[in-house]
Ligand binder design. Structure first.
Ligand code: CTP
Ligand code: MG
Length: 219
């Protein structure tokens, strides 16, 4: 449900090629449990948003229908890097937006509750709110050193931002694997919220089987 105080928009980045996943169709456009991976991600985002910008591959005319969603959906072509794709999406977010979420299309199991938690953290004053989960495996670097996993956390999307902080962070045209890294680099306040262990990013083909099982439970 859209938020009362000022508007919330979500950028769903779906412009990647899915090189680790492979295949002819990028992973986010494969169908699982009745709809495409990207449609599941947009649907969760729409539950907290006044508008969703879906960033689709450069040169592609693929669209995401707004039918059945509570908010408007805008589709725009992305860029060669994730950060570039976010910037293309951000250019479509109206100036009236106060909170902007960025979500990977490749994370179709993120819950509406997680979206709402991230929005609330931004409304409570964070420049950026990021979901994190602990690391469960033993971590060994390439030289064989064991890294103390209790000091590590894995960062997910949806990530939430004050619109001002996100626009400032992207103004330099920098690149990173997520947006909170860019906000942090310009001195923004990052707040962590509990992530969801099942909120995996579809990266390799086996991930799709896990995600299909999880989403199948929601039908
Ligand atoms: N993404 C994007 N534009 C890019 C690269 C990535 O919008 N130029 C999006 C992907 O579509 C995905 C999210 O960013 O939803 C996270 O990226 P990742 O999981 O790495 O997807 P890909 O970059 O497509 O996969 P790979 O790295 O295996 O090529
Ligand atoms: Mg990638």
């Amino acid at each position: 449900m859209p938020t009362e105080a000022g508007t919330t928009w979500t950028i769903v980045v779906a412009a990647g090629s899915g090189s680790r996943f492979g295949g002819d169709t990028p992973k986010q456009f494969l169908e699982i449990a009745g709809k495409r991976v990207v449609d599941w991600s947009v649907s969760a985002a729409a539950s907290v948003s006044d508008g969703v910008v879906v960033v689709v591959p450069k040169g592609s005319s693929v669209t995401v229908p707004a039918a059945g969603l509570r908010c408007q959906v805008v589709c725009v072509n992305g860029g060669d890097s994730r950060s570039e794709s976010v910037r293309k999406g951000l250019a479509q977010v109206p100036d009236t937006a106060q909170v902007v979420l960025v979500h990977d299309a490749a994370r179709p199991v993120a819950s509406a509750a997680l979206m709402a938690t991230v929005v609330a953290a931004v409304r409570n004053g964070a420049d950026a709110a990021i979901p994190v989960v602990g690391v469960v495996d033993t971590i060994r670097d390439l030289e064989g050193n064991i890294i103390d996993r209790s000091q590590l956390q894995a960062v997910q999307t949806p990530q939430g931002f004050s619109a001002r902080a996100l626009r400032d962070a992207h103004a330099s045209g920098a690149h990173a694997t997520d947006d909170a890294t860019l906000v942090s680099a310009v001195g923004g306040l990052i707040v962590v919220v509990p992530g969801e262990h099942w909120n995996i990013k579809v990266t390799e083909p086996d991930d799709l089987r896990v995600v299909a099982a999880l989403l199948g439970e929601r039908l």
